[in-house]
Design a protein around this ligand. Structure first.
Ligand code: NI
Length: 136
């Protein structure tokens, strides 16, 4: 098994909060990320596909296919969006880096061969990042 990875990027705004909590509790738990006026991040995404090398093509997955998949399913859906307001998945889901990574993984998984492993790494800041490979 060998892993190929593609880097991508999107900018998005969010606010971390729970509707069922008071503004004060939201501020205590989520700090500056609970600013009612939202704030943005430059998200960096690394999508990795692990599988066998196809004997005919020499590829695990065609990088052009992976690039277009990320562009069409992720960047078009999330780039320059307010995640809380404009992205259906976050209508009732806090747009933390963890939850965004899971949403991205769920959007991509149906388009990756079932025999291959998919991993999503999402950087919310250069120092803070999360990884998700699905439920094992
Ligand atoms: Ni934030």
């Amino acid at each position: 098994m060998i892993t190929v990875s593609r880097k991508a990027h999107f900018n998005a705004a969010h606010r971390l909060y729970r509707k069922d909590w008071s503004d004060q509790k939201n501020a205590e738990v989520f700090g500056k990320c609970s600013n009612p006026n939202f704030h943005g991040h430059n998200y960096e995404l690394i999508v990795s596909v692990t599988g066998n090398i196809d004997v005919e093509t020499g590829f695990v997955i065609d990088m052009k296919v992976l690039k277009d998949l990320i562009k069409n399913k992720i960047e078009n859906a999330l780039d320059h969006k307010n995640l809380n307001i404009e992205v259906a998945e976050f209508k009732n889901l806090n747009p933390t880096a963890e939850n965004i990574a899971v949403v991205i993984w769920n959007k991509l998984r149906p388009h990756i061969d079932a025999s291959q492993k998919l991993e999503v790494v999402l950087y919310e800041t250069p120092r803070n990042f999360v990884s998700y490979s699905g439920v094992h």
